[in-house]
Design a protein around this ligand. Sequence first.
Ligand code: FEO
Length: 399
Amino acid sequence: MKKLRDNVYWVGTTDWAIKYFHGFGYSTHRGTTYNSYIVKDEKIALIDGVWGPFTEEWLEKIAEVVDLAEIDYVICNHAETDHSGGFATLMQKIPHAKFFVSAKGKEHVYKQHHQEWDFQVVKTGDKISLGKNELVFVETPMLHWPDNMVTYLTGENILFSNDAFGQHYASSSIFNDEVDITEVYQEAIKYYANILTPFSKLVVKKLDEIQGFNLPVEMIAPSHGIIWRDNPMQIVEKYYHWASEYAEPTAVILYDTMWDNTEKIAHAIAKGLAAAGVDYKMHHVVKSDKNDMITDVFKAKGVIVGSPTINSRYLPTTAPVLEEIRCLKFAGKLGATFGSYGWSGESPKLLQEHLTGSKFEIVQDGLGIKFTPTEEELTKCFEFGKSFGERILAEFEKK
Ligand code: FEO
């Protein structure tokens, strides 16, 4: 248990060991937390829960603050199992408690747990009194599930934002002013890039709507990672920035290689980017973490993808990150492709089609090199990288 305020407590759990989330869909190098909060007033409210395996530890934490039987209200901002898993056990112990949830949240929670609780469906603007202070609800559908909502505590001016503004970051501290903020931001942008990118337009709309309530915000308490206590609006400003076709004047090269020739091309292209004055990152798509690659794609204006041709296509190992790129619906990215080949050489064209299908603007024709690149061909690769880099910089000069 840790205190946010005299009457507000963190009763979450810390998962140092988890290295993958969503099955194996999201890497969590720095672990995570499942944040849950108790608000003590004339009524006692519990906000958000934990993943099932952490239920016993969570119940012990709650018991440090209140007797379970004293909990009047349970607030479920989001039904995904990392937050609702523990409710199945908790609600059997406190069947008297009213369970506040969005309409979609009720459906999602019920279909996961198949238990009848005292569901109280709330919508944007609904309030409940705790005595001295109130809880105000704002629905945030598709950020990132249809059921999501956030809860605001008046008087203490705390926004319980659930997944929004969160980070998969385990720590012995719970506030942003007590941790290495560089690490926190790395996890926050990774979360945004990998989860929220497709919903960026909605993010802006919803942030505007929440700001429109003119509620003072002294703390933002998400459901993962640290609580934004020092200058909480800094993460809101970052979300506005990230949601607005965020891009740095940099490039990422994603490639796989069979006999090093495509890798040689990649390095020659990289030298060209550097000559243009553009910083870049390179990822061998098999050896790099998929979510880290996506984070770098999110940050960079330009993405160059390379693969040798095999069986008249590109290497299948290139496909997972390409699929992820397509699903995340990036906007405003520039793209180019390359690859070595032995006889037919379809790969750059097919990779280009994939990037076009992902709404990338292809700024130069794909580059194919037959077998081992000669010095003359490496110069061509260098020029390919240089012209791509110059195009990136030109985009920023336009602004
Ligand atoms: Fe942290 Fe969408 O669950």
